[in-house]
Design a protein around this ligand. Structure first.
Ligand code: AMP
Ligand code: MG
Length: 340
């Protein structure tokens, strides 16, 4: 389907009738179902192969829809919404009684987002209900940022895909919980920690954001504990300058199936086949490109990939968080590694 009025109305009918439609948003494509219908939501988990204990984000198209989904909206939550909604920010609060257990995966809280993409909001309006929507990929693979990638993963598993073009940000929303004493960042996204601090003052950054969750520690955000965003190739992030990267891969690069995941314009200097993921000095271009680049590596048959390390400032934290998971936490420092 395209994003014509007729297709949007049709998507709304399918959703309202308990079906599944993959929809564009400004972050990534989402796999949507009526958030208030537990059996519709259960189909999302089946289509994605998503673990049952990983809760979903509920999408609304007007601020006024938020209050029936949560127990109450504290002033701090409203201030945050006023600053960054509509936009790529998900806010977690204690849930109200109308949220089915399938959405919250048994937790007492619910994650809500008010997307900024007009097509997304028109689809929610057409459905006439809030939509539960995780990323529209098969569980574990990179999130889809265009209709073609969505179709590759979801063909035959869902009722329709609505093509709204390429996603603007390309990584999933920032997730912050206000259900803890001190607000806590659970997943970095295009709304940065600095921007959250401007409204909330102090925030904590969950341990799972920049590293691997330790064995035995309960995940505040269940999604963070799963292997994620991973292409078939084995990725290693190489910290260091471009020169250090080149020196390292010149010695380590073995076969024709070894690739570099690098920044725009670096291809001619790197002695490997390259896939690029944005400008070295621009985290937003990196977030826009990253998941597409990971899928391109698979399409080209890459087995081993050395990735240039992004900056972790601002939106860079989200880029690094996704790349780190795609690499299964494999990071080396080109400065300290000696190859004889
Ligand atoms: P996705 O929609 O695929 O981007 O996944 C949603 C993310 O939000 C996952 O990492 C979930 O674990 C997280 N999430 C959703 N609801 C909650 C919640 N109530 N508490 C903590 N994390 C949540
Ligand atoms: Mg996801």
């Amino acid at each position: 389907m395209q994003n014509t009025e007729k297709d949007i109305v049709r998507a709304g009918e399918i959703l309202c009738g308990g079906g599944l439609v993959a929809i564009p948003t400004e972050t990534v494509y989402g796999l949507a179902a009526n958030a208030l219908d537990g059996s519709a939501v259960a189909k999302i988990f089946a289509a994605k192969g998503r673990p049952q204990d990983n809760p979903l984000i509920v999408h609304i198209s007007e601020l006024s829809q938020w209050k029936e989904l949560v127990r109450e909206i504290p002033p701090m939550a409203m201030a945050l919404a006023q600053a960054y909604w509509p936009g790529p920010l998900t806010i977690i609060l204690p849930k109200s009684g109308i949220i089915p257990d399938e959405v919250s995966a048994g937790l007492e809280t619910v994650a809500v987002r008010f997307p900024s993409m007009r097509t997304t909001r028109r689809i929610i309006d057409a459905a006439g209900v809030p939509l539960a929507a995780p990323s529209a990929n098969l569980s574990g693979s990179p999130s889809p940022t265009c209709a073609r990638h969505t179709m590759e993963d979801m063909r035959g598993r869902i009722d329709a895909v609505l093509d709204g073009g390429e996603c603007n940000f390309g990584v999933e929303s920032t997730v912050v919980t206000l259900a803890t004493e001190i607000p806590r960042l659970l997943r970095p996204g295009a709304v940065t920690p600095e921007e959250l601090r401007e409204v909330l003052g102090e925030i904590e950054i969950d341990d799972a954001v920049m590293g691997r969750l330790r064995e035995g520690v309960k995940a505040a955000s269940p999604g963070m504990k799963y292997k994620h965003y991973s292409p078939k190739a084995e990725i290693t992030i190489v910290r260091g300058t471009l020169e250090e990267f080149i020196r390292y891969v010149s010695r380590a690069g073995e076969s024709s199936q070894t690739f570099a995941l690098c920044f725009d314009g670096e291809e001619s200097e790197i002695p490997l086949e390259c896939v690029t993921y944005g400008r070295s000095d621009d985290s937003l271009t990196q977030s826009h490109r990253l998941f597409t680049a990971l899928r391109e590596l698979d399409e080209k048959g890459a087995k081993k990939v050395y990735a240039r390390c992004p900056s972790t400032e601002g939106v860079g934290m989200a880029v690094y968080n996704r790349l780190l998971r795609a690499a299964g936490f494999s990071v080396i420092d080109a400065k300290t590694i000696r190859i004889s």
